[in-house]
Write a protein that binds this ligand. Structure first.
Ligand SMILES: [Zn+2]
Length: 570
């Protein structure tokens, strides 16, 4: 009897030992230095510039190319014709970081030139400052090379269009959808090796880079979310178009201030994050309430925080009937008159959460741009005006239907048509050669992993797995980074470096939740595949220096080398 009990206890003890979750760093986990060397210098430089200590999450996540984090997802969709379409795109790889910069001003910008210089979007604001003789403008970027901008005198308007999610990978996926942009390329200078200059490739950080000419670690906005001064996680524009957390002034607001706020500074864009292009408005001493037009998705209307900016009265109330008219015309655009647009009924397309992703909304936004240009007398006097347009719809459509799909092509086509319309309006009212036009994008888009051998990472399961190992150390996992519960870390003494090293060993099989339906659909040979190229702590990133970063070399991922070689002369 006693022997049976003893044996039972031993068996139970052994079982508990086997089932006990593993703790700490797995054997053979790479160090952060080893991860950085495998990722390489170009990507690590971008990560360094994009990490804002104290505001970013305490662990920066770098999934391998074409792996990306989303929430819980349904494994039973694997290998079916209804894959999970939700994607995230904050990763640092070439297909997300390579974006066009096209400059156009006949007489001042050389025509038909492809420039292979390694430039980035932080160079736009310093270029504009140079044009305007603002020699004391401080920025990380440098004026773009190869332009002769002073020669034509100061332009009457500096007009910038940022295509959200309009990186080269989105444009090249649909090469026939942008004839107007191609025409401007032929008549202007294109920086084919431009990048966004920092990582993560996320909207909220990069629009502030456009406006300030500096990277997130200087302008202070790490992305769409951040840790606020009180320690809480918050939207970087406090969900109410409040510029308080933007630490640097933009080139537009400095120009406005030094000219007694006489120049027009205006934006038509989509959400608070895009205000980083124009700046603080009236919140800054010496500033004024600049014209800003954003879309309130839940109210189906134009809006702005009128404490700091001005919503023009000619756009109020929102002309929703016109948007609905455009939506009614969507049907024919797919070539089949069947009361759907690529199979989506009008009822679905008019849902507030779908609506901003269609060509109807592109036209509607284009109308608002033209309204602002006309009513504000853009470029009608000798004082240079600034207008910044953000075309949200390609990004929105890509999130809804994916960048590879027909819907995206049609949305890019309409975005291109509206850009042509802005140029026509500028030619008519300001005059060809009298304005400087810049076209760029804030990032590329994430194709479905099925196309590139990638994988979706379930960030909830990742969190559970980390907490099984290290305790309740996580406050939040975003697609970009991981916010740690700083009080738990302090109390338990868990080293964030250990968590980062564990993440580098994390596999597809570990990311499958226990008993998840559809787990048997995961191909067996992929189970041991690693999901992350690396993970880096704030402590590690804050101590990097340019020479350390340079010592990481080329890395082992082709997607970590951003630049094309200039073709040899024929
Ligand atoms: Zn974006």
């Amino acid at each position: 009897m006693l022997a049976v009990v003893v044996v039972a206890l031993i068996v139970a003890g052994a079982a508990a030992y086997v089932l006990r979750p593993e703790r700490g760093v797995p054997d053979g986990a790479p160090t952060q230095d080893e991860m950085a060397r495998s990722i390489g210098a170009p990507v690590m430089e971008h990560i360094y510039r994009g990490h804002v200590p104290g505001r970013s999450g305490e662990i920066m996540l770098v999934p391998k190319p074409h792996r990306y984090l989303i929430g819980e997802w349904d494994l039973t969709t694997l290998g079916t014709d209804t894959p999970d379409l939700s994607t995230s795109h904050p990763n640092p790889w070439d297909y997300l970081t390579r974006v066009p910069i096209i400059m156009y001003q006949p007489g001042a910008v050389p025509a038909g030139v492809d420039d292979y210089s390694e430039v980035d979007i932080a160079d736009l604001a310093p270029t504009f400052a140079r044009v305007l003789g603002m020699d004391d403008f401080e920025a990380d970027g440098e004026p773009l090379p190869g332009l002769d901008l002073g020669s034509a005198g100061q332009p009457k308007v500096i007009f910038t269009v940022v295509i959200d999610g309009g990186g080269w990978n989105a444009l090249q996926q649909h090469p026939h959808a942008w004839p107007e942009i191609a025409r401007l390329r032929n008549q202007g200078t294109t920086y084919v090796n431009a990048t966004i200059g920092s990582a993560p490739s996320i909207t909220g950080a990069l629009h502030a880079t456009f406006g300030t000419g500096s990277y997130p670690n200087k302008h202070g906005l790490p992305g769409n979310q951040m840790r606020g001064p009180d320690g809480e996680n918050t939207d970087t524009w406090r969900q109410e178009a409040d510029p308080e957390y933007l630490l640097l002034p933009t080139v537009s607001e400095l120009w406005d201030e030094r000219n007694n706020n006489e120049p027009v500074v205006a934006t038509v864009s989509y959400e608070g994050w895009h205000l980083g292009m124009i700046g603080h408005g009236a919140q800054r001493d010496g500033g004024d309430a600049d014209v800003a037009v954003l879309w309130e998705v839940d109210g189906d209307e134009w809006w702005i925080n009128e404490e700091y900016y001005e919503l023009p009265d000619y756009l109020e109330p929102t002309d929703l009937a016109r948007l609905e008219r455009y939506e009614a015309e969507l049907d024919v655009r797919d070539g089949i008159t069947d009361e759907t647009w690529f199979g989506h009924t009008l009822e679905v397309l008019r849902d507030s959460r779908v609506r901003p992703g269609t060509p109807a909304f592109v036209r509607f936004t284009g109308d608002a741009v033209i309204d602002v240009m006309r009513n504000e007398d853009l470029g009608r006097d000798s004082m240079t005006d600034f207008m910044w347009i953000e075309m949200k719809m390609p990004d929105y459509a890509g999130h809804a239907w994916n960048v590879t799909e027909d819907e995206q092509e049609d949305v890019i086509r309409e975005t291109d048509r509206q850009i042509g319309r802005f140029v026509d309006e500028l030619d008519r009212t300001v005059g060809r050669g009298n304005y400087l036009l810049a076209i760029s994008a804030d990032h590329g888009q994430q194709p479905l992993p099925e196309h590139y051998g990638g994988w979706r990472v379930n960030n909830r399961e990742l969190q559970r797995d980390i907490e099984d190992r290290f305790g309740d150390v996580i406050e939040k996992v975003t697609p970009v980074d991981m916010y740690l519960d700083r009080s738990v870390i302090e109390r338990t003494g868990v080293d964030p470096d250990d968590i980062a090293r564990y993440i580098a060993t994390y596999t597809i099989s570990e990311n499958i939740p226990d008993g998840a339906p559809g787990a048997d659909r995961v191909p067996q040979p992929r189970l041991d595949e690693l999901l992350f190229a690396g993970a880096f702590t704030t402590e590690y990133l804050a101590e990097l220096t340019p020479s350390r970063i340079g010592s990481f070399g080329d890395g082992e991922y082709p997607e970590g080398n951003f630049y094309l070689d200039e073709p040899a002369a024929p």
